[in-house]
Design a protein around this ligand. Structure first.
Ligand code: CUA
Length: 258
């Protein structure tokens, strides 16, 4: 079968969507267990949505049809019925409980902080992000820290995404527990990366925390997701998940620059 290998490379390969596409309707491909959970929950709830919407529309249609004056000239005098009232109160609450169970399970699993190997601090500014890797701080002033600005449209090179590319990406190791702590320097911002299932407010004077575990290598694109002023649309986020050894060499390179 090995002779097939050269031909396989001619087949269209599936690229993972870690950035938005034109006319996209669905989610971006998940890269963390949390995002996978969010997508699964969305699909589970969609099932209830379809069943309920179908039932309500069917009942509405039947009501309009049967209560027409031609078909039902003399209305019934019934004004209430205990059995049906219990039914239409209990049934929806059971559905809500059925939705709530997986929803809370996911919600609490998102808060789970597994002893992180790497901590990244993201700080929102008007209008760019800055990042600090305080694990490697040698003093309060010296450490791995850098600003991350959007690449302007005129400076884009082939393959870079308009309004999404930044000059300095956040590099993190894949398959490692990472803690991102998020704050704002001036006004509210929000650090959001769809593929990672993260959308966390950057609040001045407050430190928010979100754990991520990226299951595959890749480049993940996100945007500031809290209206923060004129250039809100122009402070994107790029997270690059690399193998551990590449991350180590990236960090040591950064440390040499200090
Ligand atoms: Cu920063 Cu919107």
């Amino acid at each position: 079968m090995l002779f097939l290998v050269p031909f396989l490379s001619c087949l269209p390969t599936r690229t993972l969507g870690d950035a938005p596409e034109g006319w996209q309707l669905g989610f971006q491909d998940p890269a963390t267990p949390v995002m996978q959970g969010i997508i699964d929950l969305h699909h589970d709830i969609c099932f209830f949505l379809v069943v309920i919407a179908t039932f309500v529309l069917w009942m509405l249609g039947r009501t309009l049809y049967h209560f027409h004056k031609d078909r039902n000239g003399v209305p019934e005098k019934i004004i209430h019925g205990t059995a049906i009232e219990i039914g239409w109160t209990v049934a929806p609450s059971l559905i809500l409980v059925l939705i709530a169970i997986p929803s809370f399970a996911l919600l609490y699993s998102m808060d789970e902080v597994v002893d992180p190997a790497v901590t990244v601090k993201a700080i929102g500014h008007q209008w760019y992000w800055s990042y600090e890797y305080s694990d490697y701080n040698q003093s309060d002033e010296e450490g791995v820290m850098f600003d991350s600005y959007m690449v302007p449209e005129d400076d884009l090179v082939d393959g870079q995404l308009r309004l999404l590319e930044v000059d300095n990406r956040v590099v993190v190791p894949a398959n490692t527990h990472i803690r991102v702590i998020i704050t704002g320097a001036d006004v509210l911002h929000s650090w959001a990366v769809p593929s990672l299932g993260v959308k966390c407010d950057a609040v001045p004077g407050r430190l928010n925390e979100v754990p991520i575990f990226i299951q595959r290598e890749g480049t993940f694109y996100g945007q500031c997701s809290e209206l923060c002023g004129a250039n809100h649309a122009f402070m994107p986020i790029v997270v690059e998940a690399v193998p551990l050894k590449d991350y180590i060499s990236w960090v040591s390179h950064k440390l040499e620059e200090i």
